[in-house]
Ligand binder design. Sequence first.
Ligand SMILES: NC(=O)c1ccc[n+]([C@@H]2O[C@H](COP(=O)([O-])OP(=O)(O)OC[C@H]3O[C@@H](n4cnc5c(N)ncnc54)[C@H](O)[C@@H]3O)[C@@H](O)[C@H]2O)c1
Length: 252
Amino acid sequence: MDLGIKDRVAVVTGGARGIGRAIALELAREGAKVGLLDIFEEGMAKTAGDIRAMGGTALEVKADVGDADQVNAAFERFGAELGPVTILVNSAAVLDNISKIELMDPARWERDLRVNLTGIFNCVRAALPSMQKEMWGRIVSISSVAGVLGGFGQAGYSATKAGLIGLMKTVAMEQARYNITANVVYPGIIATEMFQFMREDMKDRIRKRIVFRREGEPEDVAWAVAFLCSEKARYITGTTLDLSAGITLFTF
Ligand SMILES: NC(=O)c1ccc[n+]([C@@H]2O[C@H](COP(=O)([O-])OP(=O)(O)OC[C@H]3O[C@@H](n4cnc5c(N)ncnc54)[C@H](O)[C@@H]3O)[C@@H](O)[C@H]2O)c1
């Protein structure tokens, strides 16, 4: 199926590794020009190099999604060097601490909000002017089962992952008049470095709740996201797509 996004400019945050990297590569395979926005320079260079090696176009810009000035400057470069940005995928996020709410360092809470939620707010605001001008846009944000079910020891992470669902539904309503869609996918467990920091016994417990009894691959998310970024997904907006392979299903 031709997704109809050849030569469109797609910005992927968190594209230096993991799920964001797989999404960036998939969009490039579909012919999109890819802007990478991340703080991890080495990873971005690798993703961009792989895109160029397959004959695609990529531009990497180091920026912290939580800093509006850095985000705006990055989008100015994407617009000037690649063309009008009409696709935005928000994959950048942090999950590096597990502690019950009463033990949580308030600075961690603030940091989670700044990166995982305000980061999306900043990127959406930076991307909207070109999407509105082009009268076409696709925004996909990556949530998590923790945003839907909560996550033990993940107060900040789960709150931001729930918050972004409300944010995307609002953007979907406000921007429909410009043919801009906004959707969420929420993976369960995907084999990336973010998952690696969990203890092995925790990983095994989670695997038992997945109907396939194994974690997903970054590509499993990337294929779904690429479709939501496509011309063919023009009538899909305000949705939250469950990519947890059963974690949210009731089992005995
Ligand atoms: N891996 C999983 O099991 C899983 C499950 C559910 C949801 N998710 C979500 O999928 C998305 C991608 O996860 P992943 O597993 O690829 O994570 P990852 O940690 O491998 O990659 C995250 C990327 O975001 C970047 N990043 C972090 N802070 C940033 C900042 N302030 N500004 C710019 N970039 C920043 C990192 O440098 C990294 O490249 C995240 O939103 C995550 O919450 C992951």
